[in-house]
Every structure is written in structure tokens, then in C-alpha cells.
Design a protein around this ligand. Structure first.
Ligand SMILES: [Zn+2]
Ligand SMILES: [Zn+2]
Length: 358
């Protein structure tokens, strides 16, 4: 099978012929149908996220089950599935407290080779190794869906959509009537905006540096837009909210500068949710007095605080009912050879999601 291999940080992906190993007792073999290109793939390619190479990236995939290990009971051959980057163990401290995104063993599979190039073992990158035609993943990382559901949209649910939607409905729990600001309007930010609209937010302010993305944000439900490439974005958001700031702000970029802005955009007593994946050495500072006096809540949110078993099916239903409009997030359909171009577009702040169609 063909897959796009990352051999060194900063290098281009090379499409190579790989041989899959057989699935273990609790693993499944998936034939990929589609995979979104996510910013975390780019972060690994750039060496910001230290994942062992050589590996195959791609962690926003959906496809069909080809074969299951002998202990697998949750899916069977022929099922359409969404793949999650995490494989919750369901027995650790965090899983038992309803926080499977923090599972102590949820990422173990990322460090075991799933395929070979000749004699050379190839790692599965961020887990699903979905930048390839076939993959082997833990059964606990896949969620079956109805075969009639569009598979390209299903792929996006696996990371970007569940992260954005989950940040609003699981982490912040935005109530009807709330005011919201979202900094960063790529695929994840647009999913947050759509979820805020679905939750009945009365005002949704989209903040980005790219005019094209602000257009997508309006189409996804933003009531106001702020072009952060010119002028003071915090002042603009304050001006749109009678000088107070919003009830809920979301940072979907992953930079200390935009996290500080998200903090300043939230009203006194408001909630700041950090969704973007930043660098480990990028420090954010707050005034100790202001943190106390303004009584804001600052919270991190990894992978939309999701439980894939609960959230993937309900996001599918929200899409089927027209409450979400996920088709809009696909701004480009590409082949395996075009991933580097998709990375370039992402670096330039263009488009929402590029989706590889196999
Ligand atoms: Zn992702
Ligand atoms: Zn666990």
C-alpha cells in the first residue's frame, strides 16, 4: 500500500510503498477513504511536536474495516469508521473519571511500528497513520458510523471538528444567549463557530488575520468579524460588546500572544478556553491581581474534551439534522502527493481544511 512518509523533521513527505504488519488481537485493519490535513501534522513535520520518525502522519481519517483482531467486538469487517488519534483504555484513573482524552495509555500505540519499508520499521505518527491507503489501529480508537454518511465529512470529525465542537459543548458548555469570540478561523475555529451557533449564542465574533477565513467564519455563523491583521483586535471585540468583552472566548491558534488576547477579550467573570496547540517553551503571563480581581476562568481543552464514543455519533446526527454545516469546512480535495502543498496553504493562513481523498 502507498503512504506519505516523513523521514526527517522539516523534510518533504515522500509517497512510498509500505507493507502493513498483521493486526494484533485488539487491533483493526482499516482501508482509508479520506483524511483531513490538520495543523498538528504540520507541527510534527516542522519538529515542534517530537514524534519518532520515520512515520506516516495523518490523524483525521475515516474508512472501512478490512480485518479485525480476534478479541475485537466493537466493529466488524465492512463497517465504516471514524478514527480517533486516542485509543482510550477505559480502565485508567482518567478514563474512569470520564476524561478519556487524558488517558494514561491512550497514546501508547503511537510508539509501535505499524508498517515496514523493506526491513525498516515505520511508526504511525500521531496514531492513525491516515496519510496512507491502509492502516492498523487499536479497535478502541475507531467508532462505527452509518455507511450512508459522507465519508469525507466523517474524516474531519475525527480531529478538527470534534476539537472545535467539543471546545464549545464539552469544555466551555456555552449556554443559549451567550456572547462568544473565536480567535483563529481555520477548520477547528470554524467548527467552534458552528457549535456556538448551534448552542444558541447571541453574538459570535470571529477574529483572524485572513480576509478569506473571515468570510468562511461568516458563512459558518459568525455575527461579527474582526480583522486582526490591522488594528487592535482586543479593542475591536470590546467595542462590539459595550466595552465589557465576551462571556466566552476561544483561542484556536496556539500562541502566547493570541492566548493573552483571548484573556483580554473575555469579560470580567468570563471563560477563556485554550484550544490551539502551542509550543512547550512559549510562556504566557497574566497579572496576578487581575486574575483574582477579574475572576475569569482560564481553561485548557485537549481534543475537545471528547469521548469519541459519545461525541462522534452525536456530531454525525447534528450534521444530518442540519445543525452543523461541516461540508463548508472542506475547502480543497487533494491526493496523497499534494500534502506538502496543503501544508504551505496552512502556513499562509489560507482555506479551512484540505482533505485527501483516496
Ligand atoms: Zn488534528
Ligand atoms: Zn485510560
Amino acid at each position: 500500500m502507498k503512504a506519505a512518509v516523513l523521514r526527517e523533521y522539516g523534510g518533504k513527505l515522500s509517497v512510498e510503498e509500505l507493507t502493513l504488519r498483521a493486526p494484533g488481537p485488539n487491533e483493526v485493519h482499516v482501508h482509508l477513504a479520506a483524511c483531513g490535513v490538520c495543523h498538528s501534522d504540520l507541527s510534527v513535520q516542522q519538529g515542534i511536536m517530537p514524534i519518532p520518525v520515520p512515520c506516516v502522519l495523518g490523524h483525521e481519517g475515516a474508512g472501512t474495516i478490512v480485518e479485525v483482531g480476534r478479541a475485537v467486538t466493537n466493529v466488524k469487517e465492512g463497517d465504516h469508521v471514524i478514527m480517533a488519534p486516542i485509543a482510550p483504555c477505559r480502565t485508567c484513573f482518567f478514563c474512569l473519571r470520564g476524561q478519556p482524552t487524558l488517558c494514561e495509555r491512550g497514546f501508547d500505540h503511537m510508539f509501535t511500528a505499524y508498517a515496514h519499508a523493506g526491513n525498516e520499521p515505520i511508526g504511525p505518527g500521531l496514531g492513525p497513520a491516515a496519510f496512507g491507503e491502509e492502516t492498523i489501529v487499536p479497535a478502541s480508537s475507531v467508532v462505527p458510523i452509518d455507511a450512508s454518511f459522507p465519508i469525507e465529512i466523517a474524516a474531519l470529525i475525527g480531529c478538527g471538528v470534534v476539537t472545535g465542537v467539543g471546545s464549545v459543548v464539552n469544555s466551555a458548555k456555552v449556554p443559549a444567549g451567550a456572547t462568544v469570540a473565536v480567535i483563529g478561523c481555520g477548520g477547528v475555529g470554524l467548527a467552534s463557530i458552528q457549535a456556538a451557533r448551534m448552542s444558541g449564542a447571541s453574538q459570535i465574533i470571529a477574529v483572524d488575520r485572513a480576509a478569506e477565513r473571515l468570510g468562511h467564519a461568516t458563512d459558518s455563523g459568525a455575527t461579527d468579524t474582526v480583522d486582526a491583521s490591522s488594528g487592535d483586535a482586543v479593542a475591536a471585540v470590546r467595542e462590539l460588546t459595550d466595552g465589557r468583552g465576551v462571556d466566552y472566548s476561544f483561542e484556536v491558534v496556539g500562541l502566547s500572544a493570541t492566548i493573552s488576547q483571548a484573556y483580554e477579550m473575555a469579560r470580567r467573570g468570563g471563560t477563556v478556553t485554550i484550544v490551539g496547540a502551542g509550543a512547550f517553551d512559549d510562556m504566557v503571563s497574566f497579572s496576578a491581581a487581575q486574575l483574582m480581581v477579574d475572576a475569569r476562568t482560564v481553561r485548557g481543552c485537549v481534543f475537545g474534551s471528547t469521548d469519541p464514543l459519545r461525541d462522534f455519533p452525536r456530531i454525525v446526527r447534528w450534521q444530518e439534522r442540519g445543525l452543523l454545516d461541516l461540508e463548508r469546512l472542506v475547502t480543497r480535495r487533494i491526493g496523497l502527493d499534494d500534502i506538502d502543498e496543503a501544508f504551505g496553504e496552512m502556513l499562509a493562513g489560507l482555506g479551512a481544511r484540505s482533505v485527501i481523498v483516496f
